[in-house]
Design a protein around this ligand. Structure first.
Ligand SMILES: [Mn+2]
Length: 473
């Protein structure tokens, strides 16, 4: 059974009676007649698996039973000679289990027919395509028609809360695809560790690694590869990869393949000459300790916020050990001094998107992890080369309170207050140990929450100092 068939059944169970309107991605042009490689919209893929551009779908749900109507590109021999094979309407019915399929040009007309008598319509009205394709047809179907016709009883509902909730829990078939993406990614990272040397360009390492991803069946990258040598490791989304790898530097690689539309997400940091310097090793070991702790805590007992609090505490201990902060562990945590060195979250959901759909909260409260949720665990310490002296404000800063205030009075006002508070606070100047400047370490794995122990899908890439030194030398 196709995954999308099961997914339509899942959404039909939620909706019971109604219709879902959803649009695929279009071809996007890069220049002239050269298009960017096409990738289907993740939500559209989730519900249809339709792989071609310019498609629309209507899923009509009656008594929790879904019927798929697909609007697709017409078969056209001339066009297919230029652009490639098209599946066409027959294929939509035979291969993709559509109840009926039409030309995509017929969408507006057929939509009105399909929605007749339907009272609950689920769509993504924040999406530009809603205005483009749906709004006009829906003005006949929802109760703000003022043209003297009989009012419809239809109500519009937001689709994304339901869909992201479904996407958050991965079933076995999805986990199999994700595992395969992770297997491929593991092999690519191992190749990078083996071949990277000082003097190579970062992109040369990327090329060898990505070759392995593609050799092993990846259709594309999950996201642009970050191959950051030396100081570049402290730039979180560095992806130009155009520099020469310096002698004795660390190389931070955050890269992954996508397989069956599912993306892995892995980071490793290793010494290009095969041996950590003492200070590189000091920082590395601290991050690894935190990462292991984070992974262990991917259980149904914890929320993502719990896990972040655990890793923040652990990183704060490390920062004290390394002499990177002026005060003790409690103050480093409560005054958010750790944020100078660990300025991102501990993890994010993983699936069709590298930052996958789903909320970490339910009913405005942090939610416990559940079996089938997949998250990354990726703590880091980045000691920026251009900040040899850091002024730390002596001010209690609770991230939860900060967030709540931002919600309460709005981002604009709240951030003004925050800046004011920091400006007025006393500060303490701290000199960063010189030999640590420019060291950036992140270690990231992909973890499945289960009823029992967490499963690390990417543990095949070495993380221990000994294993890394063995594979790199
Ligand atoms: Mn990540």
């Amino acid at each position: 059974m196709k995954i999308s068939l099961k997914n339509r059944e899942r959404i039909a169970n939620e909706i019971v009676n109604g219709a879902v309107l959803i649009h695929g991605n279009n071809t996007v042009y890069r220049n002239n007649d050269v298009a960017y490689p096409f990738r289907q919209d993740s939500n559209f893929h989730y519900l249809t698996e339709w792989p071609e551009p310019d498609a629309h779908a209507v899923i009509v749900v009656k008594d929790s039973k879904p019927e798929l109507y697909l609007f697709v590109q017409d078969r056209n021999l001339e066009m297919e000679t230029w652009e490639g094979k098209r599946i066409g309407q027959e294929g939509a019915v035979e291969i993709y289990n559509a109840k009926a399929s039409f030309s995509n040009t017929e969408y507006p007309k057929k939509l009105t027919e399909l929605l007749e008598g339907i009272e609950n319509i689920y769509c993504d009205y924040s999406n530009i395509k809603f205005q483009q394709y749906d709004q006009k047809a829906l003005s006949f179907a929802v109760p703000y028609d003022q043209r003297g016709l009989e009012f419809s009883k239809a109500t519009l509902h937001a689709l994304s809360p339901i869909l992201s909730e479904l996407r958050l829990i991965k079933d076995t078939k999805e986990l199999n695809l994700l595992s395969k993406a992770c297997e491929i990614t593991v092999e690519g990272h191992k190749v990078a560790m083996k071949i990277a040397k000082a003097g190579m360009y970062e992109y040369q390492v990327a090329a060898e690694m990505e070759k392995t991803f593609f050799d092993l069946g990846a259709e594309r990258l999950g996201y642009p590869s970050i191959v950051a040598s030396g100081d570049n490791a402290c730039i979180l989304h560095y992806s130009t990869n155009r520099e020469i790898i310096p002698e004795n530097s660390l190389l931070l690689i955050d890269a992954a393949g996508e397989y069956g539309m599912y993306s892995s997400d892995v980071t490793r940091t290793f010494p290009v000459n095969g041996k950590f310097s003492p200070e590189q090793k000091d920082v590395y070991i601290e991050v690894l300790k935190t990462q292991n702790l984070g992974i262990e805590n991917v259980t149904t007992k914890n929320t993502m916020r719990d896990i972040h609090q655990i890793t923040v505490r652990s990183i704060s201990e490390s920062l004290v050990n390394l002499g990177l902060v002026p005060m003790g562990v409690d103050e480093t945590t409560s005054m958010m001094h750790y944020f100078e060195y660990f300025m991102h979250g501990t993890g994010h959901w993983l699936g069709l998107d590298v930052h996958d759909a789903g909320s970490t909260e339910k009913d405005e409260e942090p939610r416990k992890l559940e079996p089938g949720m997949v998250t990354t665990i990726e703590p880091g310490i980045y000691i920026r080369p251009n900040k040899p002296v850091i002024e730390f404000p002596l001010l209690e800063r609770d991230p939860v309170k900060i967030r709540d205030r931002r919600k309460e009075i709005g981002m604009e006002e709240a951030t003004k207050l925050e800046q004011e508070e920091i400006k007025n606070a006393k500060t303490v100047k701290h000199e960063v140990p010189k030999n640590l400047l420019g060291i950036g370490v992140r270690i990231e794995d992909d973890i499945v929450c289960t009823k029992k122990e967490p499963i690390n899908l990417t543990k095949g890439v070495p993380t221990s100092v000994d294993e890394i030194e063995a594979i790199c030398s």
